[in-house]
Ligand binder design. Structure first.
Ligand code: TEU
Length: 574
């Protein structure tokens, strides 16, 4: 089996609206991205994933595509995009685009033609269905709230939208629609794109009779997820997409896939997988309590470690998961996957160490490398995200007070991660010379890339060293190809694992507790990296065969080679 080209790559997600604004209109753009490629190269990034930059009315920040073949003018031009391809290639990097094909925008010409002729061929690009008993065809709630069915004006028909009503679902059961998508995907790959992050893709499978489900909320509706979960057949669509588009281009693909059924992971990743990788969202699911986002859960170390390790164990030996702390849909990891005492820069470095060296393809989200934090807004009016507004309204409907509803938004809003990138401490945080489209996190005067670049002990400089180790000539293969084995996995505060490859092994260990820990080591170990900038106590302990970690300290140790083959359990089949 030959090793895929993307096996040792590290991906950095750019949220284009909030990354860097070169023309001063307050919105990030492609010229801004171009100006930061050297920063990304220095960080150690291989692939740059851009959240959608297609022409869009931005009801859902570009996840509502009006033209799959055009760059939105807010971001720049196709010439600038081609320049981005050339400039990344020149630096040995690649570009990954977001592929949003569960739905498009209601402004897309396909939908406009469908509305103009609701029984014509374009209506079958979507799900147009007659209503039932004077209401919609079924009782589904869209992910962003309200009925998932919207009336088609001038008819007794409704169209289906899993997300906002401005995002009509595309009908993958129509071969003509699939051809349009394959043609478009190939058009981008022919340009020299490295691959795609494939949005919300599990939703393309439907039960075409759209059965009702028992209501699960005070609105009398049932989440559309119920219908998707009981639907089947996605493998056929994705297999066609792989065989017609991804495989011939040897593209890198990562699926945004939630809640796979037992045994399904094997089909999604691995040598003949439907994608190169899929995100492991299991740790993120822990943040939702019994009532979903309405009951956010505090961080519980053992449950989180269990979820991460379960993902590592479930991944087939010939496949990799996308390991991820944060993205544009989630609150910042530095405020989420750390106990209260560790929600600081030391914690951010520890969490980065624990996550980036796991078996998998590491994904970083812009600002993670600065330890950027949630930005609680003072009023609901300061939030831009439609999902946050929908949640606020739903919480009020549930009987919560405005203050309680706002607190829920502050804890769970996607806008926590969408505040502009903090490049320096000057006006506009170096993100823009104009008025930023969304307010800056007030910590930008002290937390910014320029300040961290000159501080040896900063989160940024630590991430640079961490990534350099992950990709180093000496240890790179251990991290990109090695097996994974949990260590001390019932310890109350240690997050630790071994990675091993071809007779070489490392131990990654992090102390999430508020007290120092000490553990005897079975093998002599040499310090490769530690996160606090005070290695002396750890080095002294290692000389005595002990691992000693202060609170919030993470370390990477090389284990003595002669002991490794018997001592390190290889992952099944690895
Ligand atoms: O998200 C898909 C998805 O399942 C969302 O419901 C997501 O889990 C939720 O927003 C988390 O709070 C993708 C994109 O990542 C998201 O930004 C888009 O809004 C969505 O698809 C629709 O395209």
């Amino acid at each position: 089996m030959s090793k895929p080209w993307w096996q040792d790559k590290l991906v950095y997600q750019i949220y284009p609206k909030s990354f860097c604004d070169a023309n001063g209109d307050g919105v990030g753009d492609l010229a801004g991205v171009l100006s930061k490629l050297d920063y990304l190269k220095q960080l150690g990034v291989d692939l740059v994933w851009l959240s959608p930059i297609y022409r869009s009315p931005f009801v859902d920040q570009g996840y509502d595509v009006a033209d799959y073949y055009a760059i939105d003018p807010a971001f720049g031009s196709m010439e600038q995009f081609d320049q981005l391809l050339a400039e990344t290639r020149r630096r040995g990097m690649g570009v990954v685009m977001d592929l949003v094909v569960n739905h498009c925008s209601d402004q897309h010409v396909w939908f406009q033609k469908a509305l103009a002729d609701p029984t014509g061929p374009y209506a079958d690009y979507f799900y147009f269905r007659p209503g039932k008993e004077g209401g919609p065809p079924s009782n589904y709630r869209a992910y962003f709230g309200g009925s998932a069915w919207e009336p088609v004006p001038g008819t007794d028909l409704y169209y289906l939208h899993s997300f906002a009503k401005q995002q009509p679902d595309l009908n993958w059961y129509n071969p003509a629609l699939r051809e349009e998508i394959f043609r478009m995907v190939n058009w981008w790959l022919d340009k020299g794109l490295a691959g795609f992050r494939v949005d919300a893709i599990i939703n393309i499978q439907k039960q075409l009779d759209f059965p009702d489900y028992p209501a699960d909320g005070p609105d009398g509706l049932a989440s559309i997820w119920r219908m998707v979960q009981d639907a089947e057949g996605i493998e056929a669509f994705l297999g066609e997409l792989r065989d017609r588009c991804f495989a011939p281009h040897d593209a890198f693909t990562v699926g945004e896939v939630f809640n796979l059924k037992d045994g399904q992971l094997r089909q999604f990743v691995g040598e003949h997988g439907l994608f190169s990788t899929i995100f492991d969202f299991a740790p993120h699911m822990l943040a939702s309590g019994p009532n979903g986002w309405q009951t956010p859960e505090e961080f519980k170390f053992a449950a989180w470690r269990g979820a991460v390790f379960a993902g590592q164990a479930a991944c087939p030996a010939d496949g990799l998961l996308g390991t991820i702390i944060e993205n544009h849909d989630e609150p910042r990891g530095s405020c989420r996957f750390l106990p209260a005492h560790a929600q600081n820069d030391a914690g951010a470095k520890m969490l980065g160490t624990a996550s980036l060296l796991l078996r998998g393809i590491p994904f970083l989200y812009q600002g993670q490398e600065l330890g950027m934090r949630n930005c609680p807004m003072a009023s609901i009016g300061e939030y831009d995200d439609l999902e946050t507004h929908a949640r606020y309204d739903a919480a009020l409907l549930e009987g919560k007070t405005p203050a309680e509803a706002l607190a829920l938004c502050q804890a769970t809003s996607r806008d926590n991660a969408r505040t502009p990138m903090q490049w320096n401490g000057g006006p506009g945080a170096g993100f823009t010379t104009g008025r930023p489209w969304m307010r800056l996190n007030p910590d930008y005067p002290t937390r910014n890339a320029a300040a961290q670049q000159t501080d040896e002990n900063s989160v940024l400089r630590y991430y640079q060293r961490l990534i350099a180790l992950r990709k180093s000539g000496e240890w790179g293969e251990v991290f990109s190809e090695g097996s994974f084995a949990p260590v001390w996995d019932t310890h109350p505060s240690l997050f630790a694992y071994r990675r091993a490859f071809a007779g070489r092994a490392v131990l990654v260990a992090a102390n999430f507790g508020a007290q120092p820990v000490e553990q005897p080591l079975e093998t002599p170990a040499r310090l490769l990296l530690e996160s606090t900038g005070s290695p002396a106590p750890l080095a002294a302990a290692l000389a005595k065969g002990q691992l000693a970690l202060a609170p919030c300290q993470a370390a990477v140790l090389a284990l003595a080679p002669e002991k490794i083959p018997e001592e390190v359990p290889e992952q099944a089949g690895a």
